[in-house]
Write a protein that binds this ligand. Structure first.
Ligand code: PLP
Length: 412
């Protein structure tokens, strides 16, 4: 018999979302009349904007004609999309990037996982707590950790608690770390990083020869002009950071699949005998070997996000979600709930009323209000006592969910 990768056995079986699904199904079966509103999983709900759909359709039609048929494209992505991103998304921030520094992919989830391929297992890695579970679990899978302790911390990873006390912003680790994952606007806390805060991390990384994995999946939800959208807005970041962006939440591509990773040419790592290595070259080698590119119609659709019409329609949907966030934040706040996030970010991170556990609050909301959210403890030990609501629902449901929660809390 072949040997299995036993690192997978260290993972906790009850992954957050399957457990939520199990409890919701059990409740719905026992209460078939209940109208359950889901503000849990971070998936979007609005349909694709017309301008994007049109570009998508037209590109599909091109494939049906021999003259314009496209087979394999460049593994790194088509220049038409990369150059559009550089012009429309990075240049306005004062960030200049070369075509060779952007890699198009089918998702940031896979990119944040796959990037580990080009780094030695000997690196010390720091992640937030609470955190997007992918960062934690992919480090376990690749074999960087030992077993988890009773709290859920894996041996070998450095956890950076993000709590009310530090404004949900991680402090610098007390030990030297080589790789740091940062995600702003944050999933799950909805926290954002100011320019000064990000500069602190860039300076830290430069001083300590560390690399930052910057997950900017939610940058499009930033409305405050003072908040940076890209880590490359900070001087020196091209020497210490890889940035991940996605069309998933920005433009409703969670099902369509398109994302990008920026690996600057200046970004270096070293070999054990002290030679320097360009990470851009390693990632290029990795992608050209293990990946065959995103489909042509998807990349055409992604490029259409940045057309005048496409961006106007995309922005309308973002504004719609952010109005949902406002309704949730203000509604619950008025009901006496302590809420964080929901400004410049589509997640509301609330403190469970009465200090009950995250899962107890989950059950209370499910059975008492028929509203589904996400227990904070599922994102890490420091998420205990918190709860995440997403602003990606439709307006009617969001209003009704907030009303139900308010009524329920009044009754105690
Ligand atoms: C949703 C999300 C992503 C995007 O993942 P895709 O694979 O591009 O859909 C990346 N990072 C975080 C933190 C997310 O919440």
């Amino acid at each position: 018999m072949a040997l299995a990768n036993e690192h997978y056995l260290k993972l906790k079986a009850g992954y957050l979302f399957p457990e939520i699904g199990r409890r919701v199904r059990a409740f719905a079966e026992a209460n078939p009349q209940a109208k359950v509103i889901r503000l849990g999983i971070g998936d979007v709900t609005r349909a694709l904007p017309q301008a994007i759909l049109k570009a998508f359709h037209e590109a599909v039609d091109e494939l049906g004609v021999e003259k314009s048929f496209m087979g394999y494209g460049p593994e790194q992505g088509y220049d038409f999309l990369i150059d559009t991103i550089i012009e429309k998304s990075y240049k306005p921030l004062g960030v200049s990037l070369k075509t060779s520094e952007i890699f198009i992919s089918d998702g940031s989830k896979c990119d944040t996982a796959n990037i580990l391929d080009i780094f030695s297992l000997e690196n010390t890695v720091a992640i937030g707590d609470p955190v997007y579970p992918v960062y934690n679990d992919t480090n376990v899978m690749i074999g960087r950790t030992g077993e988890a302790d009773e709290k859920g911390y894996y041996k070998g990873l450095v956890y950076m608690p993000c709590t009310e006390a530090n404004g949900f912003f991680p402090a610098y680790p007390s030990q030297k770390v080589d790789i740091i994952y940062l995600c702003f606007p944050n999933n799950p806390t909805g926290a954002v990083a100011t320019k000064e805060q990000l500069k602190g991390w860039v300076d830290y990384a430069l001083a300590n020869d560390s690399i930052i994995f910057f997950d900017a999946a939610y940058e499009a939800f930033i409305t405050d002009p003072a908040i940076p959208h890209s880590i490359y807005e900070i001087e020196g970041a091209k020497k210490c950071a890889i940035e991940f962006r996605s069309f998933s939440k920005t433009a409703g591509f969670t099902g369509v699949r398109c994302a990008l990773t920026v690996v600057p040419g200046e970004l270096l790592a070293k070999t054990r005998d002290g030679k320097t290595v360009e990470l851009n070259k390693l990632w290029n080698r990795r992608q050209t070997t293990k990946f065959n590119g995103v489909s042509y119609p998807v990349q055409k659709a992604a490029a259409a996000v940045y057309s005048d019409e496409g961006w106007r329609q995309t922005k309308e949907i973002i504004d719609y979600y952010m109005e949902n966030a406002r309704i949730i934040r203000e509604g619950l706040s008025a009901a006496g709930v302590t809420v964080f996030g929901g400004v410049n970010a589509p997640y509301i991170w609330l403190k469970t009323p009465g200090g009950i556990s995250s899962w107890d609050f989950f059950d209370k909301l499910l059975t008492g209000c028929n509203v589904v959210g996400t227990p904070g403890s599922g994102f890490g030990p420091s998420g205990e006592g918190y709860f995440r609501l997403s602003a990606f629902g439709n307006r009617e449901n969001v209003i009704e969910a907030v009303e139900r929660i308010r009524k329920n809390l009044k009754q105690g």
